[in-house]
Design a protein around this ligand. Structure first.
Ligand code: UD1
Length: 346
């Protein structure tokens, strides 16, 4: 019999790609999403790719009675992948209580319901933001690199949620957890049937690049040209969203099938390569043949200068490795942007 996984935030960017990979690996998926930052039509894209429509409940994870009804309706849920969260760094500075309420309450509700409904484990979407700016000797960052004080309420919710899970498990709760610390997820499914759909002006680099290439934005600003990096622009570890989605399937298999694994584990999910903003722009122009209108602009407040992953633990313990290169990943993002134009969305 197929196992059922609850994916919160499953109509979002990473959630939708993970749903596809779970279904293709033989799981049934129940998506819970309040649609605050996503569109229900994403389900059509998922169904077109996999031939299977995931169950969907428009529920806010912060609503405990409504969440409980989901577990009653789908008694076979054995694992949770928890994506549902607010994620805009700037907005979190303006509306900290919204971020703390939303991101903490939803996790608390899920953890509370898990033992009652015999859910074995939860995978939590964390971020490399927990490492802040690593010192030179901590680059690339391992899972044991120091956690630094968060620079925003958003980042702080990731840290606090990691601690909540840890405290809960060490209290003896009968659940397991894997915390995945993502680096910078980019790209779209190769079918261009699902992808990233930012609300309004994108804050993240890749949607801004593809929208500029499409003529939706006039000019890309590269924030800062005087950082201590080879070309002066910031460096990140850009991870293909489909590879990232596959890491969740590996993590879920480990929780469900490996009785010898620790109750709580942490994995960096990145490629291991540091790539500069300028390199992203040049690579995009090269592979798409589209000339980008870009300029240098002052540094963005709160930006980290450089960070990339040491993904050895995920490679060796999870048996997962990033496969896609930057060029092919950028092409999927461009193909998706073109598809949005065809559909008259952007
Ligand atoms: C940001 C958040 C991170 C969060 C992630 C979620 C900060 C400091 N970090 O990551 O906590 O988990 O989003 O998606 O906000 N860039 C430009 N021009 C642009 C946009 C971006 O030059 O118009 C540069 C940035 O300066 C950065 C790189 O591109 O060097 C990547 O930026 P972005 O996509 O926003 O991701 P992060 O800042 O790494």
């Amino acid at each position: 019999m197929k196992k059922t996984i609850l994916v919160t935030g499953g109509t979002g960017f990473i959630g939708s790609h993970t749903t596809v990979e779970l279904q293709q690996a033989g799981y049934d998926v129940v998506i819970v999403d309040n649609l605050s930052n996503s569109n229900v039509q994403v389900l059509d894209g998922i169904e077109q790719i996999t031939g299977q429509r995931p169950a969907f409940e428009q529920v806010d994870c912060c609503n405990l009675p409504d969440m409980e009804k989901v577990f009653e309706k789908y008694p076979g849920i054995c694992g949770i992948i928890h994506f549902a969260a607010s994620k805009a760094v700037g907005e979190s500075v303006e509306k900290p209580l919204l971020y703390y309420r939303n991101n903490l309450t939803s996790l608390l509700n899920l953890l509370e319901l898990m033992p009652k409904y015999n859910v074995k484990g939860i995978i939590f979407s964390s971020s490399c933001t927990v490492y802040g700016q690593p010192t030179a000797e901590n680059l690339p960052v391992t899972e044991n690199s120091p956690i630094q004080k968060a620079l925003s309420p958003y980042g702080n919710t990731k840290q606090i949620n990691e601690e909540i899970i840890s405290d809960y498990i060490y209290s003896g709760a009968p659940v397991k957890s894997i915390i995945l610390r993502y680096f910078n997820p980019i790209g779209a499914h190769p079918s261009a049937l699902i992808g990233e759909l930012p609300n309004g002006v994108p804050m993240n680099l890749i949607p801004f690049v593809t929208q500029t290439a499409m003529g939706i934005r006039e000019q890309l600003k590269i924030f800062g040209d005087d950082y201590d990096t080879p070309d002066g622009t910031c460096m990140r570890d850009y991870i293909y969203v489909v590879d990232l989605a596959k890491a969740h399937v590996k993590a879920m298999e480990r929780i469900l099938n490996d009785s010898s694994s620790e109750a709580l584990e942490y994995f960096n999910i990145g490629t291991g390569n540091g790539v500069s903003t300028l390199e992203v722009v040049e690579s995009f122009e090269r592979v798409t043949g589209v000339k980008l209108n870009w300029t240098y602009a002052p540094r963005r407040e709160g930006d980290i200068e450089k960070i990339w992953a040491n993904p050895d633990r995920a490679n060796n313990v999870l048996g997962w490795k990033a496969e896609a290169g930057l060029d092919e990943t950028l092409l999927t993002a461009w193909k998706w942007q073109q598809r949005l134009r065809e559909k008259g969305i952007q």
